[in-house]
Design a protein around this ligand. Structure first.
Ligand code: AMP
Ligand code: ZN
Ligand code: FE
Ligand code: FE
Length: 284
C-alpha cells in the first residue's frame, strides 16, 4: 500500500488543481493521498468530486504556526492537520485569520520589491495567488518577469526567510494550534521538523510538550530531511509514542519532488486515522 500524506494544490501554492492532484496520485500508484493545502480547506470539495476509483482521500491542511526556536525566539513551524471538522467555528476563524496574514505579508514583500525597482506588480501577484497566498506565487512572478531563472533561485535569495524583502506574519502559537485541531476532532502531525534548509529549527524539547496538548505524530521521511534527521526523529517518535509519517510535500511544478517519493507505512497510517473523529476518509 502506497500512502502519501502531504500534497498541495492551486487552493494554496501548488500548480495542479485539487482534481489534478487526485488523478496524478492515482496515476503515481498511490492508494491513499492527503490534500494538505496551506491554511485552507477550499480544495476539499473538488478533490472529493474528482476522486478516481480505488483512491482514498485524507482531507487535511498544513497550518502556519509559531514554534519556539532552538535559540528561544519564535520560529515558523508547519503543522499538518488531518480529518478535522471544517465546521468547527473557532478553528475556521483561525484559518481565515491566517489567510489574511498571508495576503498582507505577500503584499508587503511584493511592495518592497516594486519600491526597489523590480518589475513586480503587487496587485497582479495577489490576484494570481488567490486567498492562500504564499511565497511560491511571488517566486513564479519573479520567474515570469525574468528576474530569476527558477523558483529555487528566487527562494535562495530574494524570498529567503530573514532576507532583504522578507516580511513576517503572525502565525498561530503551536500549542494553541495542536489544541484547536484536537478540539475539531482532527489529528495533528508536525511537518518536516528538522528541515534546516528552511532556516533555524524549533526546539526539539517543545515536541514532548506538544504531546501533552494532543500532538499525534511527526513527519520523518521528507525531502528536506537527511539520514541523520530521520534517525533522530524516529528515536524521538519511539520515545514519545508518536505516529511516524513520510510524505512528498508535492507542489506540482513549484517543486521537483514527485508524488509518492516519500511515503507512510500502513500501520502508522491506520494509527493516525483511528485517532480522528472530525470527518471520514473518502474512497473513490
Ligand atoms: P510561505 O508559505 O509563503 O512562507 O512560503 C513557504 C512555501 O514555499 C512552503 O510551502 C515551502 O514548501 C515553499 N518553498 C520553500 N522553499 C522552496 C524552494 N526552494 N522552492 C520551492 N518552494 C519552496
Ligand atoms: Zn507550500
Ligand atoms: Fe511545510
Ligand atoms: Fe507543505
Amino acid at each position: 500500500m502506497r500512502i502519501d500524506l502531504h500534497t498541495h494544490s492551486t487552493a494554496s501554492d501548488g500548480t495542479d488543481s485539487p482534481g489534478e492532484v487526485m488523478r496524478a496520485a492515482s496515476a503515481a500508484g498511490l492508494q491513499v493521498v492527503a490534500l494538505t493545502d496551506h491554511d485552507t480547506t477550499s480544495g476539499w470539495a473538488e478533490a472529493v468530486d474528482a476522486l478516481p476509483a480505488g483512491l482514498s482521500l485524507v482531507r487535511g491542511m498544513e497550518m502556519s504556526c509559531a514554534g519556539r526556536g532552538a535559540d528561544g525566539r519564535p520560529v515558523a513551524v508547519h503543522l499538518l492537520a488531518y480529518l478535522f471538522d471544517p465546521g468547527n467555528e473557532a478553528f475556521a476563524r483561525e484559518r481565515e485569520r491566517l489567510r489574511a496574514e498571508r495576503t498582507a505579508r505577500l503584499r508587503g514583500m511584493a511592495e518592497k520589491m516594486a519600491a526597489d525597482g523590480l518589475p513586480i506588480d503587487p496587485d497582479a501577484v495577489l490576484a494570481a495567488a488567490g486567498p492562500a497566498a504564499g511565497r511560491p506565487h511571488l517566486a513564479r512572478a519573479l520567474v515570469a518577469a525574468g528576474v530569476v531563472g527558477s523558483v529555487n533561485e528566487a527562494f535562495a535569495d530574494l524570498l529567503r526567510t530573514g532576507g532583504r524583502y522578507f516580511v513576517t506574519k503572525a502565525d498561530t502559537p503551536l500549542p494553541d494550534a495542536v489544541r484547536m485541531v484536537a478540539a475539531a476532532g482532527g489529528v495533528s502531525v508536525l511537518a518536516h521538523p528538522r528541515a534546516s534548509v528552511r532556516g533555524h529549527l524549533m526546539d526539539m524539547n517543545q515536541i514532548g510538550e506538544l504531546v501533552a496538548e494532543g500532538l499525534g505524530g511527526v513527519e520523518v521521511a521528507h525531502h528536506d530531511h537527511g539520514a541523520a534527521d530521520e534517525r533522530y526523529l524516529r528515536g524521538l517518535a519511539a520515545d514519545l509514542n508518536l505516529v511516524v509519517t513520510g510524505s512528498s510535500d508535492y507542489h506540482g511544478g513549484n517543486k521537483s519532488v514527485v508524488l509518492g517519493e516519500f511515503i507512510t507505512a500502513p500501520d502508522q497510517y491506520e494509527r493516525l486515522i483511528a485517532a480522528a473523529t472530525g470527518v471520514e476518509v473518502v474512497t473513490g
